[in-house]
Structure formats: structure tokens, C-alpha cells
Write a protein that binds this ligand. Structure first.
Ligand code: PMP
Ligand code: GLN
Length: 384
């Protein structure tokens, strides 16, 4: 029987799919895969319907509906103070995932090295490999997951083509500091090396922490593809729509791939989002909205043996379970799902070497009652 030689022989089903499946199988509360269990704004749904009924149901322009790109440009300028030209520098994509993939496709040649920080979001390394690149992970460890920039400098050489960063970070919930960005700028200046900045949680930062975009640092801006997701902004992860902004020279290469990768993205949703972007309070309110959920979870965990780690941003919180068990993370997460009815994600899944630190990732993008029910169940978990 004919069988293709796998280009990703070591890649299996993602941990998010696995844990969501296990949660469904055991009827557990699903705090694993990152998606809200509450609905998006009804106005957004009305707008999509309006544009569908008005006949906006055929291909959109390759780079995205002009009005949406203009509104994205205005949003980027308001939030970062940096101007990108909607005509030549902003592209609407089928979610952040496609933007990440397309940027990598445009840049990476066989043998190119790509620096990633682990724990890393699962989509990065397989995409690097598909284009013949070699992922070079920098390992960051709990509790602070701090980056030693000296270590990064030592990894860099003439083959280093790309560095991928993600702040606010999934899963560590850590946010890049000004020092991180300055150190990164120093490393990249005068090199033929690019930056892919995954900023999908840009609006979800807590306790007065400010999200800084890579676009705000001139040495980074000139070589950066910045990626964002409407899925995270508007509680519509299932609509798979996002965007990428980058200087013209970079966007030209990005669009060459994009036009053959997806060509264009869902038309009525683009029109709807263009209208919806007229209310910045919708995304500017996200920090307070999710901080209340994080704090509810933190108060709840205080009555359990789980020890939370600091959470500066994203809708994920890491918790240390070493007071409960010395099982590896994957086994612990299965046990917690099956025995206590709460599904979470083992942080080891975000490391190439499955480093076990007795940490789980808890998604708190959930209704209050969901979080309260989960906390009740976690309170029943006993110390060892
Ligand atoms: N990057 C990170 C860090 C994510 O957590 C996610 C998904 N939650 C994505 C990218 C993918 O975003 P999208 O669903 O818009 O493709
Ligand atoms: N980004 C989501 C998470 O981190 C998962 C998305 C997916 O399942 N691919 O949980």
C-alpha cells in the first residue's frame, strides 16, 4: 500500500485536542484548550448576518477588505503609536496560525536556524521543520521563565534566520519587559535575521502591566512580522481570523505566499469586523474582564494544594501541584481529568524534551460559574 514518507514523523495529535477529547470523554470541566465558554457580542453576529444578506459572499481582495485593513491600521496606531500602511503593510489572515505559517514559509530555507523560546506554543516548531528549518530552542524554566540573553547570543550564527517571540506568553503568562526588547534589538541589529512576534494576547495584560509591541522598537520593527488574532480580541476563536503587519519589503514576500496559501479570507466576517472595530472599548476592556476571572481563580486556588505562579497576561495560569503528587505532568493531567473532573494542560507538552516541573496550565477564559464549579472540584484534591 502506498504511504507518504512523513515530513513530520515525530508529530502527533496536539495536546489541546487530546485533553479536550479526554474532557469530553469523562464529562470533565474543560480548562485545557484555550477558548472561551461564553459567547461573543450579539452585535458582531448581527453584523456578519447583515453583510451576508447584503451579498458580500464572494472572494475578498487577496490582502483583505480595504476598510478592515484601514481600521486595523488605526487600531495599531492607537495601541502602539506606530503607523503601518494598510495598502502595503497589513494583511488579513485565516487566524494567527496561518499568519505564523505564511511568514515562516516566506522566510525559511533548508538549513536555516530558528530560535524559539520554550515552553513554546505548539504551532512554531513543526512549521519551521516543514520548510527545512532547524528549531533552536532556548529553555526557560519556572518560576520566572526569565530569558538569559547571553545564552541567546551564543546560539546565534550566520544561519540564524528567524527568532520567534510570544508576549504575552502562552503558556508562561509572562510579559516581555523593556529590557527584553532592548536586549533582543541589540542581538538583531545588522544581521540578516528576522523576527516573528506573536502578539495574540496583546490586550490581555494585568495589574497595570503594559503590553509593548515589537513594532515599538525601531531595530525590531524593520525586521518584524507582528501577528494578531481577532479570535482572542472578540471571543471568536472558531472564526479563525487574524492579521499580520510588517514593513512593505517583508509584506511583499508574505503576500506572495499568502495568495497561494489561502488567497483570501472569509468576506462577510471581514466587513463585520471592520464595523465592530469602531468601538475600541471592546478590546480595551479585555484586561479588566480577564483580570477579574484570573483573580476569581486565584482566590479559589488559595483553598487548594495547587500553588499558582505569577500571571502577568494571557488567559492562562500555571499552577504547581508538587504538594499533591510526584507523577509526571501528563499522567497527573489525565488523573485530574478522570478522578476530579477538571481538564488542564501539562506544561511539559510545550518543551521539546518534555521537561517536567510539576506544572499544569489552567485556562480561565470561562464563565464565573464554570470557574466556581472547577474550584469546588479542585478543593477536593488532597495533598500527598
Ligand atoms: N499563538 C498563540 C500563542 C496562541 O495561543 C494561539 C491560539 N490560542 C494562536 C497563536 C493561534 O491563534 P488563531 O486561533 O487566531 O490561529
Ligand atoms: N491556542 C489554544 C491553546 O493554547 C489552542 C488552539 C488549538 O487547539 N490549536 O490552548
Amino acid at each position: 500500500m502506498i504511504r507518504p514518507k512523513s515530513k513530520l514523523p515525530h508529530t502527533g495529535t496536539s495536546i489541546f485536542t487530546q485533553m479536550s477529547h479526554l474532557a469530553a470523554q469523562y464529562g470533565a470541566i474543560n480548562l485545557s484548550q484555550g477558548f472561551p465558554d461564553f459567547d461573543c457580542s450579539p452585535r458582531l453576529i448581527d453584523l456578519v448576518e447583515r453583510y451576508m444578506r447584503a451579498g458580500h459572499n464572494q472572494y475578498a481582495p487577496m490582502a483583505g477588505v480595504a476598510m478592515l485593513r484601514e481600521r486595523i491600521g488605526a487600531k495599531v496606531e492607537v495601541t502602539t503609536g506606530v503607523c503601518y500602511d494598510p495598502e502595503t503593510e497589513i494583511t488579513v489572515t485565516a487566524g494567527a496560525t496561518q499568519a505564523l505559517f505564511t511568514a515562516m514559509a516566506a522566510l525559511i530555507r533548508p538549513g536555516d536556524e530558528v530560535i524559539l523560546f520554550e515552553p513554546a506554543y505548539d504551532a512554531y516548531a513543526p512549521a519551521v521543520r516543514l520548510f527545512g528549518g532547524v528549531p533552536k530552542p532556548v529553555t526557560l524554566l519556572a518560576p520566572d521563565f526569565a530569558i538569559n540573553w547571553q545564552t541567546v547570543a551564543q546560539l546565534m550564527n550566520d544561519k540564524t534566520r528567524l527568532i520567534v517571540i510570544n508576549s504575552p506568553n502562552n503558556p508562561t503568562a509572562r510579559v516581555f519587559s523593556d529590557t527584553d526588547y532592548r536586549e533582543l534589538s541589540r542581538l538583531l541589529v545588522d544581521r540578516d535575521c528576522y523576527l516573528l512576534s506573536d502578539e495574540v494576547y496583546e490586550h490581555v495584560v494585568f495589574d497595570g502591566t503594559r503590553h509593548c509591541s515589537a513594532a515599538q522598537y525601531p531595530e525590531l520593527r524593520e525586521r518584524a512580522f507582528v501577528v494578531a488574532s481577532f479570535g482572542k480580541c472578540y471571543h471568536i476563536t472558531g472564526w479563525k481570523i487574524g492579521y499580520c503587519f510588517a514593513p512593505r519589503r517583508l509584506t511583499e514576500e508574505f503576500r506572495k505566499v499568502h495568495q497561494f496559501n489561502v488567497f483570501s479570507v472569509n468576506t462577510p466576517i471581514q466587513y463585520a469586523l471592520a464595523d465592530f472595530l469602531d468601538r475600541p472599548e471592546e478590546y480595551l476592556g479585555l484586561a479588566a474582564f480577564f483580570q477579574a476571572k484570573r483573580d476569581l481563580l486565584l482566590r479559589g486556588l488559595a483553598g487548594t494544594p495547587f500553588a499558582p505562579l505569577p500571571c502577568q497576561g494571557t488567559y492562562f495560569l500555571l499552577a504547581d501541584y508538587s504538594a499533591i503528587s510526584d507523577q509526571p505532568e501528563q499522567t497527573f493531567c489525565q488523573w485530574l481529568t478522570q478522578q476530579h473532573g477538571v481538564a488542564t494542560i501539562p506544561v511539559a507538552a510545550f518543551y521539546t524534551d518534555s521537561i517536567n516541573q510539576r506544572l499544569i496550565r489552567i485556562c480561565f477564559a470561562k464563565r464565573e460559574e464554570t470557574l466556581e464549579k472547577a474550584i469546588e472540584r479542585l478543593m477536593a484534591v488532597k495533598t500527598s
